[in-house]
Design a protein around this ligand. Structure first.
Ligand code: ADP
Length: 483
């Protein structure tokens, strides 16, 4: 399956049909075919983009929040007007089923819409003075030029979640999307230009040399903030690289989400929540249920009911309307999932359904459920990023909390119980940035997304998401006389 004419028109001038030394291919993970080629940028282009962002900053930050909002709203409208083509573009380069990528487009646009408004509320404060004749005030100012490095699993919303608040705050941004999904980023970029974003306010660096681009972004003194979403090892590396120039950072890194089902849970709701949390994006989200912890009294019933539902998930190329699971992003992802399942089975886990690469193609992994999984298996401590649900058994609430928190990660956690006291105790004791209590789908543009421990720093979305792109300046006006 290849790009259609409308998508080509949308990407006009930004993609190529043939290879060249300074281009790289974008492939469809469902059939392995090359969709097109895009420009392979490097250090020189990154430096130029930073210079352009630096030049554009005074004028962009000098606009009123409302003037910026008008352009952002136009961008939002254009994305929504092209929603179907954008959704198919994501499906083609990422593999995700079309019924889900439609949601990715509207979810992505929702950040533009939200921050277009929220930018108007970057309030300061007046603080009662400690001495006569003084006026003490804080104002919030844009941090300056920002760099954004984004992953492939939400190729639209991971960009808008960073870029929309940055632009709303008055910052300018250089974006490096994942090399796996540059087309969604290019389409967003083309629409942003159509909406009227001035030159240099955003730039896009499509590249296969992430390290080289990252080194320029982290070392250039003109870049005042780095926002990164991706793996924990790369996040740590970039965090360290930002230290010499003391950049502000936001890091949204890996997760190892526990999904706890207590004996007193409403089982149908817990199954629905587990399906949504585990199998969305074919298991490739950082908030996917990674360890399903089920209390002993309900374990067998839960496992049997989950297996029935998982068997019904249609694994197909993502562009087919009926597809519910699609291919994984690349061979490395398949190797990882296979290794984790093999390790679990070797140590005593049982495959109840799935457990293999599917006949549909080398990147299609079957929806899988494992029972008898224990804490000593690799799958307990590793982010799976695939459609595999490992079921662990526990006896007491304390044991569930201990197991849930026994990880260096702390992004999202889920729990199902009908006991209000337990719900409040568990929500409070989980060492996570986000908790879904009787809720398997928690991300929205109006709530703060982010983790604790090695899952990251900072929050995206909501009021907190704007703060990340603002600095507080305190001004003391003295010698005012009696006021
Ligand atoms: P994933 O395994 O999800 O691809 P990565 O952390 O490797 O996670 O990638 C997330 C983003 O980080 C991508 O845009 C990728 O190109 C970029 N990236 C990977 N390595 C580096 C690096 N050394 N410096 C800067 N960016 C990097």
């Amino acid at each position: 399956m290849t790009l259609n004419d409308t998508q080509r028109a949308l990407l006009g001038g930004l993609i190529f049909d043939s290879d060249a030394p300074d281009r790289f291919p974008v492939t469809n993970p469902a059939d392995g075919l090359v969709l097109c080629y895009v420009q392979a940028h490097g250090a020189a282009e990154t430096t130029r983009a930073i210079a352009a962002a630096d030049t554009a900053f005074p004028a962009w930050s000098g606009l009123t929040a409302k003037a910026r909002s008008v352009i952002l709203k136009k961008w939002n409208d254009l994305v929504l007007a092209h929603a179907e083509d954008m959704a198919l573009l994501v499906t083609l380069e990422q593999g995700r089923p079309i019924r889900e990528t439609r949601g990715e487009v509207t979810y992505g646009a929702s950040f533009i819409e939200w921050f277009a408004e929220e930018g108007k509320r970057a309030y300061g404060r007046t603080i009662p003075a400690t001495l006569p004749g003084k006026h003490l005030q804080t104002i919030r100012q844009p941090v300056g030029v920002c760099a954004a490095i984004t992953p492939w699993n939400f190729p639209i919303s991971m960009i808008t979640r960073k870029v929309a608040p940055a632009l709303a705050a008055g910052c300018t941004v250089v974006i490096k999307p994942s090399e796996e999904t540059p087309l969604s980023a290019l389409a967003l970029y083309a629409l942003a230009k159509q909406a009227g974003l001035p030159d240099g306010v955003i730039s896009l660096i499509t590249s296969v040399n992430a390290k080289e681009v990252g080194e320029v972004m982290t070392s250039d003194t003109r870049v005042r903030k780095l926002s990164f979403t991706g793996s924990t090892p790369v996040g740590k590396l970039l965090y360290a690289a930002c230290a010499p120039t003391m950049k502000k950072v936001s890091m949204e890194l890996g997760g190892n989400a526990p999904f706890i089902v207590f004996d007193d849970a409403e089982i149908d709701a817990a199954i629905e929540g587990a399906l949504a949390s585990k199998y969305r994006n074919t298991g490739q989200t950082c908030v996917c249920a990674n360890r399903i912890l089920v209390q002993a009294g309900i374990y067998d019933r839960f496992a049997a009911a989950l297996v029935e539902k998982v068997k019904a998930l249609k694994l197909e190329p993502g562009w087919r309307e009926e597809a519910m699971l699609g291919p994984l992003i690349n061979q490395k992802a398949i190797d990882k999932v296979e290794h984790l399942v093999d390790d679990a089975v070797k140590h005593g886990a049982r495959i109840i359904t799935g457990g293999h690469v599917d006949a549909q193609g080398p990147l299609f992994y079957q929806g899988t459920v494992l029972t008898g999984v224990t804490e000593d298996m690799e799958i307990f401590s590793t982010e799976i990023f695939g459609p595999v649900a490992p079921l662990f058994k526990f006896d007491t609430e304390d044991e569930a909390i201990r197991l849930a928190n026994n990880t260096p990660f702390g992004l999202a956690a889920y729990a199902y119980t009908r006991d209000i006291g337990r719900a409040m105790r568990v929500a409070s004791k989980l060492e996570y940035g986000m908790v879904g209590m009787n809720d398997g789908v928690i991300s929205t543009e109006v709530t703060p997304f982010g983790g604790v421990k090695e899952s990251g720093i900072g929050r995206e979305g909501a009021v907190e998401g704007l703060e990340e792109y603002l600095s507080v300046k305190y001004i003391s006006y003295g010698g005012l006389g009696a006021i």
